[in-house]
Design a protein around this ligand. Structure first.
Ligand code: ZN
Ligand code: ZN
Length: 420
């Protein structure tokens, strides 16, 4: 099976390619790139990509797929269909399912459910058993079963000594430790960012320091142990500053943020809007500016969604009781293209943050259009104007604060291993 993608604007930062080229795909791999019209199309299906961007398949390092245990919110099938619709060829799924992915049998279950899924799924194992923070999970077993990374995401690892040991063990298996940075003694029962808006609304606040304290701790532990640390969903100017400083000193730390943290502030919570309730919470304009700067200068390596599906009945309750989180797979690319249209990122930066860097951090396949690489390719129409309509999402859940937003640019074709 051969596919020829013609006349597209190829952006492949891993190979410093940013030009008009044709790509020939054969047997699930990238066979050849050449000047427009130079590749023979014998027996190949031809895709005309004129006016389109052709980029390495987008990779989302931070997704909650909810299976096993919460299939009414999302399944591996619906979550990967949403991923494909959003332009993602690979996604990592967090372990806070029921049961928690803290052992080989759950990892193998996820991988078997994902075998025929619309996108590749990389399961992330738990750092501690049941993500309870009491006892380390068997990292070697999780690694052997196919996990590249471990995290207790959804919860912090509050015990610093436990995190130290996790970072030490991680070096044996070259696993990535992904930290949900939140000091729960500071976040307490807070439901939104602590500041003028929380005061005005009479809601309990989560100070930015709840994130910053843990970012500082984990950077220190990464420095102490030499383990590979990845800071999840950066939401504060303080975290950006500390990560920038740590990188300058050579600490093995990488970081991600989500579109909502560079698009919205805590003002979105006004009216007790539960669609603006997430953890970490939406912050202030100063934080948004720092995150944009961090994305621009590379302090923040990756853009992820933290796709967190919840039922509408759960999300439509009282603000205090509504669960944290929003879906993101089908809006992430459009919201990130807005940063390009606003002149903050280049297209090459976007592809780096959404594909090249995640592949490098995960040490996974994909993230490049090199010859012989897997044919994971996203074709984007950068000029397509569209309106977010959550009722049309492939995701089972519709909890998004972006419903009705007008966006420019959308994935029009997502190829996984040469399959459209
Ligand atoms: Zn988290
Ligand atoms: Zn998460």
């Amino acid at each position: 099976m051969k596919i020829l993608i013609k006349n597209g604007h190829i952006i492949d930062p891993a190979n410093k390619v940013d030009e008009m080229l044709d790509i020939l795909v054969s047997d699930g791999k990238i066979a050849k790139l050449g000047k427009p019209g130079s590749l023979s199309a014998d027996n190949a299906q031809v895709i005309d990509a004129a006016g389109r961007l052709v980029v390495p398949g987008l990779i989302d390092m931070h997704v909650h797929l909810r299976e096993p245990g919460f299939e009414y919110k999302e399944t591996i099938a619906t979550g990967t269909a949403a991923a494909k619709a959003g332009g993602f060829t690979s996604i990592c799924c967090m372990p806070n399912t029921n049961p928690v992915n803290d052992n080989r049998s759950i990892t193998e279950f996820i991988l078997s459910q994902a075998r025929d899924a619309a996108a590749r799924v990389y399961p992330i194992g738990a750092i501690t058993k049941g993500s309870k923070g009491e006892e380390l999970a068997e990292m070697g077993e999780l690694h052997a079963a196919g996990c590249f990374a471990v995290s207790d995401d959804g919860k912090p690892v509050m015990n610093a000594s436990m995190m130290r040991r996790a970072l030490e063990y991680s070096k044996i298996f070259d696993m990535l430790i992904i930290s949900h940075c939140e000091d729960s003694s500071l976040s307490g029962t807070g439901v939104m960012n602590e500041g003028v808006v929380s005061t005005a609304l009479g809601l309990r606040g989560i100070p930015r320091a709840a994130e910053d304290v843990m970012t500082a701790r984990d950077i220190s532990l990464a420095e102490l142990t030499g383990g590979r640390l990845h800071i999840a969903h950066v939401s504060t100017a303080g975290s950006v500053r500390m990560i920038r400083d740590a990188k300058a000193r050579g600490v093995k730390v990488t970081a991600e943020t989500c579109p909502h943290y560079f698009t919205l502030t805590d003002e979105a919570v006004r009216g007790y809007n539960t669609m603006a309730k997430m953890n970490p919470p939406l912050r202030t304009a100063d934080d948004v500016a720092a995150i944009k700067q961090g994305l621009k200068d590379g302090t923040i390596d990756a853009i992820v969604t933290d796709h967190a599906p919840h039922g509408m009945d759960e999300k439509s309750g009282e603000f205090d009781y509504a669960p944290f989180g929003i879906v993101g797979l089908e809006t992430s690319l459009g919201l990130t293209l807005k940063l390009v249209n606003d002149g903050i990122l280049t297209l090459s930066d976007l592809v780096t943050r959404m594909s090249t860097a995640p592949a490098r951090i995960l040490k996974s396949n994909g993230g490049t259009l090199s010859a012989a690489a897997v044919a994971d390719i996203t074709i984007i129409d950068p000029n397509l104007e569209w309106t977010v309509d959550a009722s049309q999402f492939k995701s089972k859940s519709k909890n998004t604060p972006f419903n009705g937003w007008k966006l420019k640019g959308k994935a029009v074709q997502t190829m996984v291993g040469g399959r459209l």
